[in-house]
Design a protein around this ligand. Structure first.
Ligand SMILES: Nc1nc(C(F)(F)F)ncc1COP(=O)(O)OP(=O)(O)O
Ligand SMILES: [Mg+2]
Length: 221
């Protein structure tokens, strides 16, 4: 899909409402939840299959392929978390890696011009991710979260502010406990979008939850 690296402006647009989900983030059918989230206006999707009762091997591959085909149908780019080999096997649109995964430099060499996102928790990690070819950085956890069992302490928007005050214009998405009620500070501090799991994946009406969040983000410019 990408013959060259994605432009910053296009990356910022994709990050506006970034839905992340795996089978253990849902109580109803994940395929239906994804369809509804897309209907509600998400701009990007990340397949994050990890933690208790997560699929692996063949099951994980086929589950990923099902969700990827839903994204393709609606022209929503499909990002794979952690599992670079799976991303390549699926010809996914990109990967997201953390500090404990293989280096961004090594992953960039494997994926060519696909989208590369990196989880960051301090200024050094942000600068290193940029130097190694990241197209965006995830900054968080902004607020406390139950979704990620090994999450670090919530840091609010201070790192987003620090990065922007240093004049660094890397595309930034906030992550961690974000809902319609607390999303505004992420955008006002200089984030380009918000990534969410629970507020959509466990919603009684995922389309409505996505729509409310998207309308809020769009109202903040
Ligand atoms: N999946 C993610 N996506 C983002 C994104 F920026 F896309 F919103 N930021 C952070 C994470 C966390 O990823 P995870 O694999 O659980 O933990 P770690 O970062 O420790 O590897
Ligand atoms: Mg990871």
């Amino acid at each position: 899909m990408f013959l060259t690296r994605i432009a910053k402006k296009d990356m910022r647009d994709l990050l506006r409402l970034y839905f992340i989900m795996g089978s253990n983030n849902c109580q109803s059918d994940p395929k239906h939840v994804l369809e509804q989230a897309i209907k509600g206006g998400i701009s990007l999707f990340q397949f994050r299959e990890k933690g208790n009762a997560a699929f692996s091997g063949e099951e994980k591959y086929h589950f990923a392929k099902e969700l990827q085909s839903i994204c393709k149908k609606h022209m929503i780019p499909f990002i794979v978390n952690d599992d670079v080999e799976l991303a390549l096997a699926l010809n996914a649109d990109g990967v997201h890696i953390g500090q404990d995964d293989e280096s961004a430099e090594a992953v960039r060499r494997k994926i060519g011009d696909k989208i590369l996102g990196v989880s960051t928790h301090n200024l050094l990690e942000v600068e290193k991710a940029i130097a190694e070819g990241a197209d965006y950085v995830g900054i968080g956890p902004i607020y406390s979260t139950e979704t990620k069992v090994d999450a670090k302490a919530a840091q609010g928007t201070k790192l987003i502010l620090e990065v922007r005050n240093k004049g660094i214009n890397v595309p930034i998405v906030g992550i961690g406990g974000i809902t319609s009620e607390n999303a505004a500070p992420v955008m006002k501090s200089g984030g380009n979008g918000v990534s969410v799991i629970t507020t959509i994946s466990l919603s009684a009406d995922p389309a409505k939850s996505a729509r409310e969040l998207k309308e809020l983000i769009d109202s903040l410019g």
